[in-house]
Write a protein that binds this ligand. Structure first.
Ligand code: HEC
Length: 230
């Protein structure tokens, strides 16, 4: 372009952002007059970090309170979603009925020592092994007789639920502790619909001491002479 035409330029050269271009050059015209365009800019990293920090603490809050706000159950009620931090927390939330714990222990002993003869359903085997379910020996109000039966064994004619047996059961006092015998008797007295009270290790100990080193099994007459309860 000639110097003469200079005044026809829409903008002065000072307005041109394109440096190094000669005044009034084609490039300068385009640079000045092009339509403005929207640029896409990346999200500032600080916002991403802030969002992550926020999510982190929100998550901690939910973990800590189960979403309960001011003691009102939120979306994640504490009773359901609260985490347990210690073994004591878990145990506190799952109280174990002490009798149930003893029955569980008794079930273990039963399944090792008694199930083979008296059967898993407590019905025994007709003519050979008497039933424990519904047995008057098992359900007696006091447990003295059944304690002696389990400690020493029992042999000879024995009537159980109207049926006669004449067989022999081995003693268990050498195999199990007072606590284990108390547990298995507690179990037998409360399983298969049986409803008789629990037995304590002390009650078993009393008969273990009284019967001492006795080697013979119990018989029906001796059992009848043993008061059911103290
Ligand atoms: C080897 C088989 C055998 C095993 C094992 C056995 N018993 Fe017996 N049990 C018998 C027999 C047989 C009699 C009946 C004895 C008789 O005829 O005088 C009996 C009788 C009894 C009686 C009294 C009668 C009744 O049915 O109520 C009780 C209670 C009893 N057992 C409990 C137990 C318990 C508890 C265990 C496990 C610790 C056990 N028995 C393990 C065979 C067994």
């Amino acid at each position: 372009m000639s110097k003469k035409n200079k005044k026809n330029q829409p903008y002065s050269s000072a307005a041109s952002p394109v440096r190094g271009e000669s005044r009034g050059s084609r490039a300068a015209v385009f640079a000045d007059t092009a339509e403005p365009t929207a640029e896409s800019r990346p999200i500032p990293i600080v916002f991403i970090i802030l969002t992550l920090v926020l999510l982190y603490f929100a998550d901690l809050y939910i973990l800590d309170r189960g979403g309960d706000v001011m003691n009102k159950a939120g979306a994640f009620p504490a009773e359901v979603y609260d985490p347990y931090y210690t073994i004591a927390d878990v145990q506190g939330a799952n109280p174990v009925d002490p009798i149930q714990a003893v029955r569980n222990e008794g079930a273990k002993v039963f399944n090792t020592a008694c199930v083979a003869c008296h059967q898993g359903n407590g019905q025994g085997l007709a003519g050979q092994f008497p039933p424990l379910a519904g047995s008057e020996w098992v359900l007696a109000e006091g447990p003295n007789r059944i304690i002696r039966i389990v400690l020493n064994g029992v042999a000879g004619p024995l009537n159980v639920k109207g049926a006669d047996f004449n067989n022999a059961m081995p003693p268990w006092k050498e195999s199990f502790t007072d606590a284990q015998i108390a547990a298995v008797i507690t179990y037998v007295r409360s399983e298969w619909g049986n409803k008789a009270g629990p037995v304590t290790p002390d009650q078993v100990k009393k008969w273990r001491d009284k019967d001492g080193t006795r080697g013979e099994p119990m018989n029906a007459g001796e059992l009848q002479n043993t008061p059911e309860k103290d």
